[in-house]
Write a protein that binds this ligand. Structure first.
Ligand code: MTE
Ligand code: MOS
Length: 994
């Protein structure tokens, strides 16, 4: 992805973006634009008259903007800027404003002699609040004026219910909030000026304190427990140098063979429709065109899918989502292929579409055979028995998340030997699936199809299955034309067609005692699968397994259903449903705390599972490190004093609030489909003593190859530099599971160790007979003795298995535990927030590589922070009527905001639990990739804690819902105050696509 910096102030003015940050300021500050025509004749236009309509300015076609005159402000003339965006940095405004007031002393009163109040983001162009300005003129600058001005302002700037961009209530609130802030700020500027009598109380100053970003401080604490030459050492990621210099090769960097073609997709534009006619005449005559292919052209099967083949490679008659692939075009260049694809015209007959989980529930739209249930104890009986002091019901909405791997999906595929074999290089977590899909759609045996992956620029679950259908799409033209084809998706296409983290709805009924002890949970969860099953059932199941998080619940019933909706198929994403299940749990925990008026931490503690606890699916807790982690974290973050300081701050500040939270997690390690817990490896020792390892796992940045190479190096007693892992390839290690479920270092580490041990056993007679100065000498001597120096290793996870028929078993080999503390600050008037501090602790046993593991924790936490507080997918649905039905509005970095560097917690401390070996995995380590993701929910609950303090100012002390993600919109609207009350009642819930 390239983002270019081509911008100028003049360009920003003349493009007249409705959310330009500068234009309201030029207008408010009284700037004058000097304009010249092509003959050099100039004229001057005040900025406030320059903007005429949507992207329309007072500039003739023969005129340019020559210069800007910005007047000095006089004494007692004040100019101020305001902006609120989704993300604090590098984001366009939701609403912004420029305000100016010129005060004059008249009869010992400070009155307005001139003013200018201008907003962006509230109309098709930057607009002046003219009525407000009129009102202000001559008024005494005091509270009475403020109240009057707010009333006028409310009517002055009008936003219609269905205004493009949505968030109408939020934007209306911001209009008033900004003016209020301006009022206070001017009063504060005037503080001490003779006869100015409007003083700002200390506690109100919080509304106008400007934000300062301190430098980020991070710390990492771990103990090094070495095993052999390198296992346990904080080795640097093996390809980090190539990656930071930009030299590391990814699929799209691979030079294309001569005669190659570029592919582009022909996509559905309707969420549910019958295809009436496809007109590809114009496409066929567009420049560089080489071929176009549809369902009828597929030589093998057109039906695909990782578990159930319920998807079509190319839609043949009916489309079930916007972005579904209907055909593929190939041309000489990427641009020409895209152009030709756009030239394909399709006529549809539209059919009713299911565009949310609620829609699906209403219309009974579920994927077949996906109803699941887990139970323990007797929920009904417990509710009925009177043991519960309170029984509450509620609903948790959890939004989805885009993977936003830096490298979009990409495949280069070609035939060899006259079309008899097919080879591809793909960006995927599952080369074996690429091999299988391509073999299926071409009607070839798997033995003639090879997929290789060197490394990928992030996958996060998004390239576990969805990448494979793209490879299969590219295979069709390559095979039929006998030419190499490359398909690399543009960012927007990737976001629109390849699916995301599932949105979820959880409906809970929970019974508990007044001391906070949970007695019964009756839970129904639904996930939004989209238009094919993909991995959605497994995602739902993991959510069900994680619906207890770390709490002991004597009576449980969890029902799950997978919703069929007319959206692109949702898929795996770091945590695989686990985070959604746990977030729902922490929501009712937080609710119980408010119901019984205890802190959430107390509720958590008294409900912790303990050694020997039997979980709702029958697995027993063994070697739990939960309480150790919890207590260590509580001590190291000084939780009690942190809470006291926050309370103190909140007493002193009305418009800024702080909050804290501390959240635990437990993540089950193993694929819940037992057969997938197997791994193969190929280890080859060369005569110079260097070792080439190939295993079934893919390097996606998580450091798998580094850890696995460490295992091989320690096994042979050689330095890490003697071991190399080049790529993952289906012809070296067959039938590999996708690299997923965080278990890859457990699985491939063990498989490689098995292979190394086989080779060592063969070398042993030689090694014990003679003295060798080096491993190279030994290897050479073995070779001369005709000893096989190559071995295939294998590992299968022992002692696991789960039976859905009984709902009992041992789905997980072990659990990775963790806990996190977070402290946030919110601006209650705008919803702005930042994380002041986060402390994360994980139990990773004896870490194979603590440097990589710390990186995984930091990365997962920040990615999780995006999920809980920043990233919001907006789809064309009932909640977003201004977006065409079924279309993704947030299809690029302009509208979809992942965390930036400035969203990293200001203080970010990561530590690994010491002295906690795990005998269930390789060299006593534990899996790390997904478990820390959920810990970012500490930020979410800290935000909620801050909002609680804000609402208390209004006398609101009851529980309230906060949906995920807690974006500035949700934060602002939950902080009910005199401004929001004008637009919403206390049940208001900002719209969310789920
Ligand atoms: N780290 C990086 N840098 N890039 C990724 O794509 N994916 C995550 C996690 N860490 C990912 C990552 C996900 S979803 C999983 S399941 C694990 O890595 C997979 O790798 P592992 O099994 O080796 O932990
Ligand atoms: Mo990770 S979601 O299991 O690829």
């Amino acid at each position: 992805m390239q983002i270019r910096n081509v911008a100028s102030v003049g360009g920003n003015i003349c493009t007249a973006s409705p959310i330009s940050d500068l234009n309201p300021l030029w207008m408010a500050a009284g700037a004058r634009f000097k304009i010249s025509d092509c003959r050099g004749i100039t004229r001057v236009c005040p900025a406030e008259n320059f903007f005429l309509g949507y992207r329309k300015v007072d500039l003739a076609s023969n005129e340019i903007l020559l210069s800007i005159f910005l007047p000095w402000n006089s004494p007692y003339e004040f100019v101020k800027e305001f902006k609120q965006a989704h993300r604090r940095d590098d984001d366009i405004a939701v609403v912004n404003a420029g305000m100016r007031v010129y005060l004059e002393e008249k009869d010992q009163k400070w009155v307005v002699s001139d003013a200018s109040i201008v907003y962006g983001g509230v109309a098709p162009y930057s607009v002046s609040a003219n009525e407000t300005r009129k009102f202000l003129m001559g008024k005494h600058w005091n509270k009475e004026m403020l109240q009057g001005a707010l009333k006028v302002l409310e009517k002055d700037i009008v936003l219609k219910e269905d205004a493009p961009g949505g968030m109408v209530e939020f934007r209306k609130s911001l209009i008033l909030s900004f003016f209020f802030k301006f009022f206070l700020w001017v009063c504060h500027q005037m503080d001490g000026v003779a006869s100015f009598d409007e003083t700002v109380p200390e506690s109100h100053l919080s509304a106008i304190k400007s934000f300062e970003h301190p430098s980020i401080i991070g710390s990492q604490h771990y103990e090094i427990v070495k095993h052999g030459t390198t296992v346990g050492a904080p080795e640097v990621h093996l390809s980090s140098k190539l990656q930071v210099t930009g030299e590391a090769e990814y699929t799209d960097d691979v030079p294309m063979p001569p005669n190659s073609l570029h592919a582009a997709l022909v996509l559905s534009r309707k969420p549910h429709a019958r295809i009436l006619e496809i007109d590809d005449v114009a496409a066929k005559s567009s420049p560089g065109f080489a071929g176009i292919f549809f369902a009828k052209d597929v030589p093998g099967t057109n039906k695909i899918g990782p578990i159930v083949a319920d998807e079509e490679l190319f839609a043949s008659g009916i489309v079930t989502c916007v972005g579904q692939v209907i055909g593929v075009v190939v041309a000489d260049t990427h641009e020409n292929a895209k152009h030709a694809a756009r030239m394909v015209h399709i006529q549809y007959e539209e059919l009713p579409a299911v565009l949310s989980i609620e829609d699906a529930i209403q219309s009974n739209s579920f994927h077949p055979n996906t109803e699941k249930c887990l139970r323990q104890g007797d929920v009904e009986h417990c509710f009925f028995s009177g043991q519960c002091d309170k029984i509450i019901e509620g609903e948790v909405l959890v939004g989805g998340q885009e993977h936003f791997y830096l490298e979009p999906n990409s495949t280069l595929i070609w035939t060899t030997d006259g079309g008899n074999e097919v080879h591809m290089i793909s960006s995927t977590q599952a080369p074996q699936k690429h091999q299988k899909y391509v073999a299926n759609v071409l009607g070839l045996p798997m033995s003639k199809v090879v997929c290789k992956t060197k490394r990928i620029g992030g996958g996060f679950g998004g390239k576990e299955t969805r990448s494979a259908f793209l490879a299969a799409v590219a295979a069709i033209p390559s095979y039929l034309l006998n030419r190499p084809v490359k398909l690399t998706l543009d960012r927007d296409i990737d976001m629109m067609v390849t699916g995301q983290r599932h949105s979820f709805i959880g409906k809970y009924k929970v019974g508990f005692r007044n001391d906070g002890k949970i007695l019964a949970l009756d839970l129904e969860i639904f996930n939004n699968a989209g238009n094919s099953l993909d991995l959605s059932l497994a995602v739902l199941e993991r959510a069900m397994f994680h619906s207890d998080n770390v709490y002991e619940i004597p009576n449980v019933r969890i029902k799950g259903k997978v919703c069929f909706t007319n959206f692109p198929s949702n898929t795996a994403f770091r945590g695989f449903g686990g985070p959604q299940g746990m977030l729902i749990a922490e929501n009712w925990i937080q609710r119980i705390s408010m119901e019984v008026q205890k802190s959430p931490e107390e509720i958590r503690e008294i409900n912790f599972q303990r050694e020997g606890s039997v979980l709702h699916y029958g697995q027993q807790i063994e070697h739990s490190t939960l309480e150790r982690l919890w207590n260590e974290l509580k001590a190291s973050c000084n939780f009690l004093s942190a809470r006291k300081e926050v309370e103190q701050f909140n007493l002193q500040n009305i418009w800024k609030k702080r909050g804290v939270a501390i959240v635990p997690t437990k993540f089950g390690i193993s694929f819940t489909a037992k057969f997938m817990n197997q791994a193969g490896a190929l280890v080859q020792v060369y005569t110079d003593g260097t070792v080439l390892v190939t295993h079934g796992g893919v390097e996606m940045g998580q450091g798998l190859h580094t850890k696995v190479a460490q295992v091989a190096a320690s096994s042979f007693g050689i330095p890490l530099s003697s071991v190399f892992i080049s790529e993952t390839s289906t012809d070296k290690v067959p039938n590999a599971s996708p690299t997923a479920a965080s278990a890859s270092s457990d699985l491939y580490g063990a498989a490689v160790l098995d292979a190394c041990e086989q080779i060592k056993a063969r070398m042993e007679p030689m090694a014990s007979k003679h003295y060798f100065g080096s491993f190279a000498e030994l290897a050479y001597a073995c070779y001369m003795e005709r000893i096989d120096l190559s071995a295939h290793g294998f590992y299968k996870t022992p002692d696991i298995g789960f039976d859905w028929a009984t709902g009992k078993g041992v789905p997980f080999r072990y659990f990775t535990y963790g806990a996190a503390f977070a402290e946030v600050e919110i601006d209650t008037l705008t919803g702005d927030f930042h994380t002041r501090r986060a402390d994360v602790i994980l139990d990773l046993g004896f870490s194979l590589n603590p440097a990589i593991d710390v990186g995984q924790i930091e990365g997962a936490f920040v990615q999780g922070l995006g999920w809980v507080a920043l990233e919001e997918l907006k789809w064309g649905d009932a909640a977003h009527k201004w977006v065409p039905p079924g279309c993704l509005y947030t299809s690029g970095p302009g509208t979809y905001k992942i965390p930036s560097i400035n969203d990293v917690p200001f203080k970010f401390n990561v530590s690994l639990l010491k002295d906690a070996p795990n005998d269930k995995a390789i060299h006593s380590s534990k899996a790390v990739g997904e478990p820390p993701f959920f810990l970012a929910s500490a930020v979410f609950f800290a935000i909620k804690d801050a909002i609680i303090a804000a609402r208390a100012e209004e006398g609101l002390t009851g529980w309230f819902p906060l949906d995920n993600p807690a974006t500035p919109e949700r934060i602002r609207m939950a902080c009910i105050d005199e401004f929001t009350k004008l637009f919403i009642d206390s049940h208001f819930r900002p719209k969310l696509s789920v």
